[in-house]
Design a protein around this ligand. Structure first.
Ligand SMILES: NC(=O)c1ccc[n+]([C@@H]2O[C@H](COP(=O)([O-])OP(=O)(O)OC[C@H]3O[C@@H](n4cnc5c(N)ncnc54)[C@H](OP(=O)(O)O)[C@@H]3O)[C@@H](O)[C@H]2O)c1
Length: 255
């Protein structure tokens, strides 16, 4: 396994890189030219878009395996990261789950199911903090690093006007609290790392597909636009901004 030449490039890790906003971020980072990108997803050998990108950017892209809801996979992933690089400058967690074959966001209390709560919390709340634990030592070794995780405006408790989507809302609110707490610990123990939680805006991906009907065209963003906006916003921030909950356009969102 080859160690990245970290003196020539900054190292970015994208978790949830197989599709959607994560894949768009991988593309954006590669196009910028001065990043080595670690792209982590559950099944890298089946992630055709990443496999194609790897052919084009053979020296700049490394594919890693990660199921962030599985402790053994997280432990293996940590080892893979340590084998590939000496530091990480930027982590983007884009892992998220809203619906699936047997999973729909709840419209009412009647629809609450324990199994659904477990899977929604595992992906949206537990995964980001466990990922942070896996990469903290590598982020600490960079002189300015960022740990950015995608939350959602519906995770804001004070902004909750509509109700519904119980488990997704609550899991994003839990993620916000976990990462706010992390920002306070890291301000003390690794003050070079800036922790940010971000709302990407409604983005045209598999996650939002079933819910796009009432979204005006001007408010439905492409994954490419969102990736460019989130990356520019991140790089404009430093450790003094750590602990913020931000929308894609830099607006602060209330907790
Ligand atoms: N799209 C929107 O309008 C919108 C709005 C607000 C917030 N967000 C948030 O933005 C983030 C990205 O959303 P998206 O629209 O890009 O979603 P997406 O297209 O559905 O992609 C979700 C990604 O998460 C990965 N993932 C799910 N569970 C995982 C696990 N246990 N371990 C590793 N990877 C896992 C998926 O991998 P597989 O391919 O292996 O399934 C996929 O790469 C999410 O956190 C979402 O909640 C999105």
């Amino acid at each position: 396994m080859e160690l990245i030449k970290s003196n020539t490039s900054r190292v970015a890790l994208v978790a949830g890189a197989s599709r959607g906003i994560g894949l768009a971020l991988v593309n954006e980072l590669l196009m910028q030219g001065d990043w080595h990108v670690l792209a982590a997803c559950r099944q890298p050998d089946q992630a055709q878009s990443l496999i194609n990108l790897r052919k084009e950017y053979v020296d700049q892209l490394t594919l890693l395996s990660l199921d962030a809801t599985d402790e053994q996979s997280l432990a293996n992933f940590k080892q893979q990261c340590l084998q590939h690089c000496q530091h990480i400058d930027l982590v983007f967690n884009t892992i998220g789950l809203l619906h699936g074959p047997d999973l729909k966001p709840e419209k009412s209390l009647r629809q609450m199911r324990l199994a659904n709560l477990h899977s929604i919390f595992a992906a949206n709340a537990f995964a980001p903090i466990l990922l942070a634990q896996s990469v903290s030592a590598l982020l600490a070794k960079s002189s300015q690093s960022w740990f950015v995780s995608l939350s959602a405006r519906v995770g804001s408790i004070s902004d909750n006007q509509l109700g519904g989507w119980y488990s997704y809302r609550a899991a994003k609110a839990a993620q916000n609290q976990l990462l706010k707490t992390l920002s306070i610990e890291w301000a003390r123990t690794q003050p070079n790392t800036c922790v940010l939680v971000m709302h990407p805006g409604t983005t045209d991906t598999d996650l939002s597909k079933p819910f796009q009907r009432n979204v005006p065209e001007s408010k439905l963003f492409s994954a490419k636009f969102v990736a460019t906006s989130l990356l520019a916003l991140t790089l404009s921030k430093n450790s003094l901004d750590s602990g913020q909950f931000l929308a894609w356009n830099g607006e602060l969102i209330s907790w």
